[in-house]
Ligand binder design. Structure first.
Ligand code: NOJ
Ligand code: CA
Length: 681
């Protein structure tokens, strides 16, 4: 297929530009089905792009480029030297995921820019235009007088065309990505993290993010004034944003564009802009469900540190392993197993050992015990931001996991923003952000080390997901937003009923999240009277389908599951690896319904959740295979359920359905419905 690029005029303009700086004609790239149009041009030496969807402008003319330390700019005085177009229409298979087969259909434009006045400066920009969004990345090629690159500023703009409704968490704050989402008009935004989601008056839904964040600073967005957002790279402690040598590539800057909120979720743009897998034999990488010695610490029943309430004892761990084996779980997470938790662990990161268990935790015996029962232990590496110390121990720590047959580890980086300690080249202590280049490098080192040792990762306090699970499929899931634990901590911190109706359209556009759903004792009055989970129990079930994660925790205490075997059956049944995902309906912050087909059977699962408002609607079951019957098991809010006053009742209805039926969904305030559709003929 010949890409539909109108470049003839650009080539002519390019020759013209050799003799003068007359404006080059725009280069227009249409997406494969003609849904989106990207236009590139150079105006007065400044590279610019814009994007439209049919008659609607999505991104108004926006500048591109960098300012480097030492005075060299890669943003002005430039002209087009050459352009090259390409196109792609291929389908690739995810080893695990929310969708098995992913189509990558796009058109590409590569623009090589050079200095108008005979100088040496060079900058290349590669655009990819899909029907569901665009991506572009910079390439700083080798060029005279530029061995070492120090980026002072990335000048990329995203000029929005209206005062859109937006959903965001603030950037450059101490609690990393862990904030309640704000919903404001664009003019009230200042510095925000990505994915940054917007709804336009014309009914479009947009999300700005980045893909393949590798050896670069992460990109926050800054609305300095007007309706224009600018890339705001997270700096090193010395103020430089990115350090490297030429040639250097940036991550992809991405703008997803959909005509429904669910369209953002169904888009695979971020994954498509990542490189294929570096791991060739992925047979050891297995999605699954886990339980763990975790919620009991957050409730204050047991402690991470040693002493009479120590949670990670051999005896307690065996209890969890037995529970996991009896109920079909794949893993048991054990936090607080290793020396270092005593005292103020957040202030003593260097004291953590990642190989030495507490004396009342028999690691060898437990690994063996778990293996015999067909369960894996899930290790835990809480670094508290002590990167030097962790990097020194990392190789041994992962070798130990591998030797013991521990197939997954949860890592953690509890430390305030900009408080990650780094010892610089002169032996001086510096403080870094979680999201700067230093930590982007660190998080990737861990992924690669884990891969060498056949260990899957679940990262808390992570760098945001930018789709690298395609390249490193052992990078399973991560936190990176307020998870369930905020409900244990309570008060102002507690997640509001609308929180999980925002996450799928914001944080989860980046990739899977280890939210840790499944709390049945949502009031946990026995442990902490002031705190609670602000949902019904049925909504906790629905979250297993709505919030995608290949490793999904059943977070509550075993006794709370054993006390309610009927709703627990849904958690036992629900898979974590899918063939197809469809968003059936949704409004950001209001409600959402998602259907997913199990990758290993013909069964479908549906999760539907609402914010604090009750609602009811019909869903058509036309996603089911025609000509087959399905047994529907519907776990819904029981009579009189309400997250605030009566969160516990779950009623289970059973009926036979086919693809021509529809189901009435009734959601209580703060409620949800979880459905299993088992194909029976
Ligand atoms: C924060 C993590 O999100 C949480 O899951 C973990 O229990 C604590 N850190 C301790 O590592
Ligand atoms: Ca956390």
């Amino acid at each position: 297929m010949t890409p539909k690029l109108r470049i003839a005029s650009a080539v002519a303009a390019c020759c013209l530009a050799l003799v003068s700086s007359a404006p080059a004609d725009p280069i227009i790239v249409e997406s494969p089905a003609g849904v989106l149009t990207l236009t590139f041009d150079v105006q007065d030496g400044v590279p610019m792009y814009r994007v439209s969807r049919g008659p609607d402008a999505v991104i108004a003319p926006s500048r591109l480029g960098f300012q480097l330390r030492g005075g060299r700019s890669l943003c002005d005085g430039l002209k087009v030297i050459t352009t090259k177009s390409d196109s792609n229409d291929t389908t690739w298979v995810q080893p695990w995921g929310e969708e098995k087969e992913i189509r990558d259909r796009h058109r590409e434009l590569r623009v090589e820019l050079g200095e108008i006045e005979g100088g040496e400066r060079r900058l290349n920009i590669i655009f990819r235009v899909f029907d569901d969004g665009i991506g572009f990345r910079y390439e700083i090629p080798k060029q005279a007088g530029l061995d070492k690159i120090e980026i002072d500023d990335e000048l990329t703009q995203f000029a929005m065309t209206g005062d859109h409704q937006t959903w965001w968490v603030p950037a450059f704050e101490h609690n990393r990505y862990e904030y309640a989402y704000s919903k404001t008009p664009l003019h009230d935004v200042r510095k925000v993290h990505t994915p940054f989601t917007m709804a336009t008056e014309d009914g479009l839904y947009l999300s700005i993010h980045e893909a393949a964040l590798t050896d670069f600073a992460s990109m926050a967005l800054w609305r300095k004034d007007g309706l224009t957002l600018e890339a705001d790279l997270v700096p090193w402690s010395d103020g430089i944003k990115v350090k490297g040598t030429a040639p250097m590539v940036s991550p992809w800057r991405t703008v997803q564009v959909a005509d429904s909120p669910g369209g953002l979720i169904e888009s695979h743009l971020i994954l498509n802009l990542n490189e294929p897998s570096e791991i060739h034999d992925t047979s050891w990488i297995k999605p699954g469900k886990y339980v763990g010695i975790w919620w009991e610490m957050h409730l204050g029943i047991s402690t991470w540190g040693s002493g009479p309430k120590h949670g990670a004892t051999t005896k307690n761990t065996k209890r969890y392993i037995d529970f996991a084996a009896d109920n079909g779980f794949d893993g048991v997470l054990v936090e607080g197993w290793n020396v270092g938790w005593d005292g103020d662990w957040m202030a003593n990161a260097d004291k953590f050992s990642f190989t030495k268990p507490y004396p009342d935790y028999d690691l060898q015996e437990l690994a063996e015990y778990a293996r015999e029962k067909g369960v894996t232990l899930i290790g835990h590496h809480e670094t508290a931001g002590g990167i030097d110390s962790y990097e020194r121990q990392m190789e041994d720590a992962f070798a130990l996991l591998e030797k013991l047959g521990v197939r997954a580890v949860k890592t953690g980086y509890v430390a305030h923003g900009q408080s990650i300690k780094r010892i610089d080249e002169n032996g001086k202590e510096q403080r870094e952000w979680h999201h700067g280049q230093y930590m982007v490098r660190h998080y990737r080192k861990v992924v690669e080390c884990a891969a060498r040792h056949h260990v899957m990762l679940d990262v808390h306090e992570p760098i945001k997901d930018t789709g690298i699970r395609r390249t490193w499929p052992n990078m399973m899931t991560r936190e990176g937003a307020c998870g369930q634990e905020f409900n244990a901590w309570g008060g102002e911190k507690r997640n509001k009923p609308n929180h999980t109706t925002i996450l799928p359209f914001t944080r989860l556009l980046a990739g899977p999240m280890d939210f840790t759903p499944g709390i049945f004792d949502v009031l946990f009055e026995k442990y902490n009277g002031d705190n609670r989970v602000s949902t019904t129990v049925a909504k906790q079930l629905a979250l297993y389908v709505v919030l995608y994660s290949p490793l999904q925790m059943a977070a509550d205490l075993p006794e709370n599951y054993l006390a309610r075997p009927e709703p627990f059956q849904f958690i036992k049944d629900v898979p974590t690896d899918w063939k197809i995902t469809k968003v059936l309906n949704g409004e950001i912050g209001e409600y959402v319904t998602i259907a997913r087909q199990d990758r290993n059977s013909n069964n479908w699962y549906v999760g539907s959740i609402t914010n604090e408002k009750s609602r009811d609607f019909d869903i058509a079951l036309d996603f089911l295979a025609e000509g087959h019957s399905y047994k529907a098991q519907i776990y819904h809010d029981g009579e009189g359920a309400d997250w605030k006053t009566n969160p516990l009742p779950v009623t289970i209805d059973k009926k036979l359905v086919t693809s021509s039926d529809s189901l009435r969904i009734k959601l209580a305030p703060g409620g949800g419905t979880a459905i299993r559709l088992e194909q029976i003929d």
